[in-house]
Design a protein around this ligand. Structure first.
Ligand code: PMP
Length: 329
């Protein structure tokens, strides 16, 4: 779908996958006016297909568009484009039974030729699809994380809450540092004090406290400060954990709290969540001055209960009381 100043959105087309022809002076290549989304279509037990919360992706896409001075795509148009592609590619949605899905990648780029820094007058919105296997084909495996004190992903007033390529470009060197330290993933901290936990590479974080003496654990996720992404899985789990009787909260967690509460046994589980893996347990943590195992290093009970509950709704094996699944027949 194209957008042109004065004309708005027009020219929706469903075409076979093919390379784009881009002018070397296309403004996106120079000034990075680009935003994207990620969502999945799952096969249900009766063979029908449904996407998960496409309205939430559409709304976040509008938030990203505003921050990048790009035109907003109506929510209905975003959903209709995803629906049309899934209908076309329905045979590519894997069978029900595992965690495999058809991954959708809607994105928007500036599509004007020019070398001056300003918002473009023309844009392209495109959705592509790719089958995605189960994230953990051999069973859920905890990740090791590196607390990034040298690099920050986003600053107050910046673009951290937007899903734009620049944020991921900024993450690559930190991710390489994490890998050099023998860790799977980087954990971002706040830009000012380098101590408040924000999120993981491409996932939000959750902290599970207590559960001793017969009490239900309390589940806390870092609050949305503006420099982390408002994950749709994060939001779904806040509500799902509430449904399951857990006390939930959004709050501030420092790296010192994380270490201390792990050592004193009150912080029993930590996990990350996002569209790609649903939920990934954190098994160990490393920073410049410290290193610890999270709990017993194995996937925790609450982590796995929430993971099963979320995937059951996404794949259509549990009742969806929130109206999150968007059925496509
Ligand atoms: N944070 C970042 C930086 C991400 O890229 C993602 C993946 N979109 C998430 C969090 C999780 O968001 P969601 O649950 O919407 O996939």
């Amino acid at each position: 779908i194209r957008w042109t100043a004065g004309r708005g959105w027009h020219d929706a087309q469903l075409t076979p996958y093919a390379p784009l022809s881009i002018d070397p002076a296309n403004m996106t290549l120079h000034y990075a006016q680009e935003i994207f989304e990620g969502l999945k279509a799952f096969r249900r037990p009766d063979g029908t297909v449904a996407t998960f919360r496409p309205d939430a992706n559409a709304e976040r896409f509008q938030v990203s568009a505003r921050r990048l001075a790009m035109p907003e795509l109506p929510v209905e148009t975003f959903i209709a484009a995803c629906d049309a592609l899934v209908q076309q590619d329905k045979a590519w949605v894997p069978a029900h039974g595992g965690e495999a899905s058809l991954y959708l990648r809607p994105f928007m780029i500036a599509n004007e030729v020019g070398l001056g820094v300003r918002p473009a007058n023309e844009y392209l919105f495109i959705v592509i699809a790719s089958p995605a296997g189960a994230y953990f084909p051999g069973g859920v495996k905890p990740v090791s994380v590196w607390l990034s004190e040298n690099y920050v992903r986003a600053v107050p007033g910046g673009m951290g809450f937007a899903k734009t390529g620049g944020n991921y470009a900024a993450s690559l060197l930190a991710q390489a540092e994490a890998a050099r330290q023998g860790c799977d993933q980087v954990v971002w901290l706040d830009a000012l004090e380098h101590k408040w936990v924000e999120e993981m590479g491409g996932m939000n974080l959750y902290f599970v406290y207590g559960g001793a003496s017969g009490q239900k654990p309390r589940i806390v996720t870092p609050e949305l400060t503006g420099s982390l992404l408002a994950g749709i899985t994060r939001d779904s789990l806040l509500r799902l954990a509430g449904d399951l009787g857990y006390e939930t909260a959004e709050g501030r967690i420092s790296t010192d709290d994380w270490k201390r509460d792990t050592e004193n046994g009150t912080l029993t589980e930590v996990f990350a969540c996002g569209t790609a893996a649903a939920i990934t347990p954190v098994g160990s943590v490393k920073s410049q001055g410290a290193e610890w195992v999270q709990g017993d290093g194995q996937p925790g009970e609450v982590t796995m209960e929430l993971r099963r509950a979320l995937l059951a709704i996404q794949t259509g094996t549990a009742e969806d009381t929130h109206g999150w699944t968007h059925e496509l027949g």
